[in-house]
Design a protein around this ligand. Structure first.
Ligand code: AHQ
Length: 253
């Protein structure tokens, strides 16, 4: 078969999965803010800003997943996907991820109100997270499932925090790591389903496979912009020796 014809055939399943995993090169673990975090170079204020800003992403996850469920007519898919909501909201006596994140806030010196009031959330983080929720509301459930595949790379970044924070940030109480330990297993379980849905649904043509790669890039960009916004909001800016005060975050809701 000539090369041109081959260009239009879909990749084999294993090759398509490799292409999805190759996108990991753009994962936010390589963002300077997360590299500085891993290297122990963040100040207490920068870590507090990261926790407070990322809370807006954490409380968005159940709403994003509920949007996916609302678009999905497949009972078997919904029965598996719904655990993502209870993992974050909690169920019965089980503390959910949102409460665990508030505990992370306390471990880095933030009050419950500092975190839950969202007063420290920067405009860029709000816009990026809202874009993710709106994507899940407006696109097909399969496209939204595909966008969750950044979690292919998440166990690595959770493990990094679990391994490095105790030595790099000894002032942070170990209870603050509960969320990351929880996600290690949850992310591995979740991404199994997400990957199978994506490999099945987008393998009908090369064009669809390329669309899946673009959707994953969209979500990688969301995580990257969240880190950009937090870095800008939590770093003193000096231009030619002159201090520029960070934009105060004022919200009226
Ligand atoms: O804590 C995270 C989480 O619950 C999720 C759900 C998933 C999704 O549905 O998009 N993505 C995700 C992520 C979480 N934590 C991020 C981090 O760096 O702590 C990573 C992020 C992801 O990789 O998408």
């Amino acid at each position: 078969m000539n090369a041109a014809a081959n260009q239009n055939l879909p990749w084999a399943r294993a090759e398509f999965e490799d292409k999805l995993r190759e996108k990991g090169r753009g994962y936010h673990i390589y963002h300077p803010f997360h590299v500085m975090m891993y290297e122990g170079k963040l100040t207490k204020e920068q870590l507090q800003s990261w926790v407070a800003n990322r809370f807006y992403y954490q409380i968005a996850i159940p709403m994003k997943d509920a949007a996916i469920l609302s678009n999905c007519p497949d009972v078997e898919v919904r029965k598996q996907w719904i655990v993502r909501i209870t993992d974050h909201d909690g169920v019965g006596d089980n503390v959910g991820g949102i409460e665990a994140w508030i505990q992370l806030g306390a471990a880095v010196g933030l009050s419950r109100e500092d975190v839950t009031s969202l007063k420290m959330v920067s405009p860029g983080v709000r816009f990026a997270v809202d874009a993710y929720i709106n994507f899940a509301k407006q696109r097909t459930w399969q496209e939204s499932v595909c966008s969750s595949l950044t979690e292919l790379f998440a166990p690595h970044i959770h493990q990094q925090r679990i391994s490095s924070w105790p030595s790099m940030y000894p002032w942070i109480d170990e209870t603050g790591l509960t969320y990351f330990k929880k996600r290690l297993t949850e992310a591995r379980r979740d991404v199994e389903q997400g990957l199978n849905v994506t490999l099945d649904y987008f393998s009908t043509s090369r064009e669809m496979q390329l669309k899946a790669l673009d959707i994953l890039q969209f979500k990688l960009d969301i995580l990257w912009v969240i880190a950009d916004s937090i870095m800008l909001a939590s770093t003193d800016i000096k231009v030619e020796g002159k201090d520029y005060l960070r934009q105060p975050v004022i919200h009226f809701n």
